[in-house]
Design a protein around this ligand. Structure first.
Ligand code: ZN
Length: 135
C-alpha cells in the first residue's frame, strides 16, 4: 500500500493508474509515454501528490485513456462506494445524473448509470439524495 497520507479516492486513483500500466498496449497508448507515467507514479508514491495529478493530466491527453478511465472509475466507485472527484478536462457525466446529499458539508455524490435504479440514501446521513442538475 502507498505510504502517503492519501484519501481513499487518491489511493484508489493511484491503483487505477497502476492498473492502466498493465493494459497500456491494449488501450493503445504510445510506448514512449509509459516511462514518464511510471516515473510520476513513483514520485506520487513517495508522497508527491502533485505527481499524481501530473500523471493524470499527462494521461488525459489521450482520448482512449479518458474513455477507459471513465469506465474503470465508474465501476470502481460503485464497488468501493467512494466519493467522486471530478477529473479536470475529463468527459462530463451528462449521461449519468448526479445525486448529492442535502446535508450541509456532506460531499457524497452518487451517479445514476441506469435510469431504473433509484438513488440510495446517503451512506453517512441516511437521508434521500437530491438531484444535482444545476451545479
Ligand atoms: Zn450525507
Amino acid at each position: 500500500m502507498p505510504e502517503p497520507n492519501w484519501t481513499p479516492v487518491e489511493a484508489a486513483f493511484y491503483e487505477l493508474l497502476r492498473s492502466l500500466l498493465t493494459v497500456w498496449n491494449e488501450v493503445g497508448l504510445p510506448p514512449e509515454a509509459r516511462s514518464e507515467v511510471e516515473a510520476l507514479l513513483a514520485q506520487a508514491k513517495r508522497g508527491q501528490l502533485g505527481a499524481l495529478n501530473r500523471a493524470r493530466r499527462r494521461l488525459l491527453r489521450h482520448e482512449q485513456v479518458k474513455s477507459w478511465l471513465e469506465r474503470e472509475r465508474a465501476s470502481l466507485l460503485e464497488e468501493e462506494n467512494l466519493r467522486l472527484v471530478r477529473l479536470p478536462g475529463g468527459p462530463t457525466s451528462q449521461e449519468r445524473p448526479a445525486f448529492c446529499c442535502p446535508t450541509s458539508g456532506c460531499e457524497y455524490v452518487w451517479y445514476q448509470r441506469v435510469a431504473a435504479v433509484t438513488p440510495p440514501p446517503c451512506p453517512i446521513h441516511g437521508c434521500d439524495l437530491d438531484r444535482a442538475d444545476s451545479s
